[in-house]
Design a protein around this ligand. Structure first.
Ligand code: ADP
Ligand code: MG
Length: 174
């Protein structure tokens, strides 16, 4: 679904929303909700320590895009591609050592401007390669089953996406 833009489009616009989840399925549901609004070319950068739920969120996003095959973290092969519409590129930068040179070498920069949805775990390791306009998802461990999830839309389209998500989820995500 196309996200309607409100007001003047600006790359500097920013919108933030923080929610808490209390079970893996709630984090996955947030990812699935995101799938409603993502479109070809979108970049979703995920930040957070090991075990905070990055892959869980991507699994929900994949399910929301209609992907039925199991989604696991591409820790060893760096990129998993799923043939959904739009295609989903699941990237995990955990093992990137010499960034951004290594990222350039394997063509990650091109993928970021391709026609798929790029979802990137350990996005901080790509640093300067990340496009200015993107969706950031920052996960923080609060307790064994509680996570704080901050979602930041950079640029008018992603800011609008955050507003849509907040509106859709606010009632169930306190
Ligand atoms: P990451 O990709 O960030 O390393 P994973 O998604 O692979 O994290 O793993 C998250 C772990 O935390 C899983 O074992 C999951 O069951 C557990 N977990 C507990 N509560 C939550 C929650 N609210 N959201 C996401 N994962 C949770
Ligand atoms: Mg992971």
């Amino acid at each position: 679904m196309k996200v309607p833009l409100s007001g003047q489009a600006s790359v500097h616009e920013e919108e933030r929303w923080i929610c808490h989840t209390y079970a893996p399925k709630e984090t996955a549901a947030l990812g699935a909700a995101l799938a409603t609004w993502v479109e070809a070319g979108d970049v979703i950068a995920i930040f957070g320590d090991l075990g905070t739920g990055k892959t869980t969120l991507v699994q929900g996003l994949a399910r929301g895009l209609g992907i039925t095959q199991p989604v696991t973290s591409p820790t060893f092969i760096l990129i998993n591609e799923y043939r959904s519409t739009p295609p989903l590129y699941h990237i995990d930068c955990y093992r990137l050592t010499d960034t951004p040179a290594e990222a350039w070498a394997i063509g990650l920069d091109e993928l970021l401007y391709d026609d798929g949805v790029c979802v990137i775990e350990w996005a901080d390791r790509l640093s300067s390669l990340l496009p200015i306009e993107r969706l950031d998802v920052i996960l923080t461990w609060i307790g064994p089953r509680e996570r704080e999830i901050e979602i930041v839309g950079h640029g008018a389209r992603y800011a609008a996406l955050v507003r849509m998500l907040r509106q859709a989820k606010a009632s169930e995500c306190a």
